[in-house]
Ligand binder design. Structure first.
Ligand code: ZN
Length: 206
């Protein structure tokens, strides 16, 4: 455990060092226990913020953390924005081919009646993965990075990633959706994350 902590420390220092030399910033990922993960989020407009720089930073942060999705509350911003990149998983999940997208002001407007179970993890909850039951497919209305509106239907792992990230905009994390027995099981792990006792291999805010 101590070795893991030392390793994580050096990785984080290296990331800080690299971010000085590159224009894009590796942002700290807010961990479970940070109030912003439970805050209501607001719609954004093209004037709200420097979106292109924020997106460049989020893509950099997601790549370094090796995740497949990142929602704005996870980098401390209570706004309705998330990014997904499932392309690395496209061999196992063909629906994730070219699934690298920005979702702005999204709204899930339809959910299928049939459910599926997938094991989920989250960059804000390092070290925890649990089975979560969710609708198998969803239809979502959103705007892309150019504020062009789209309405699309997704299924499989793509639908799973979207629902997980969408939950972050609604103030939820995936452990809110597991059974009471499993929640009891992960309670100590969650408490340890909130107390800053859990190391991650990426830059964090705890
Ligand atoms: Zn997450």
């Amino acid at each position: 455990m101590q070795n893991a902590c030392v390793y994580a420390f050096f990785v984080v220092i290296l990331q800080e060092f690299l971010s000085i030399f590159f224009k894009n910033m590796i942002l700290p990922i807010y961990l479970y226990g940070q109030p912003v993960l439970r805050k209501p989020t607001e719609d954004i407009t093209p004037e709200t913020l420097d979106l292109q720089q924020l997106l460049a930073d989020m893509w950099e942060t997601l790549a370094v953390a090796e995740g497949c999705g990142l929602a704005a509350p996870q980098i401390g911003k209570a706004i309705r924005l998330f990014i997904v990149d499932g392309t690395e998983l496209s061999e196992d999940y063909p629906e994730c081919q070219d699934f690298k997208k920005v979702f702005i002001n999204p709204e899930i407007i339809e959910e299928s009646e049939d459910d599926t179970t997938f094991s989920e993890g989250c960059l804000s909850l390092p070290g925890i993965s649990e089975n979560v039951i969710r609708p198998a497919s969803i239809t979502i209305r959103y705007m892309d990075e150019n504020f062009t509106e789209h309405t699309e239907t997704y299924d499989g792992f793509a639908a799973r990633i979207i629902q997980h990230e969408y939950d972050h905009l609604e103030g939820h994390v995936f452990t809110d959706r597991i059974s009471p027995i499993r929640r009891q099981f992960v309670k100590t792990k969650l408490t340890n994350i909130a107390k800053g006792k859990v190391a991650a291999r990426y830059r964090t805010k705890r």
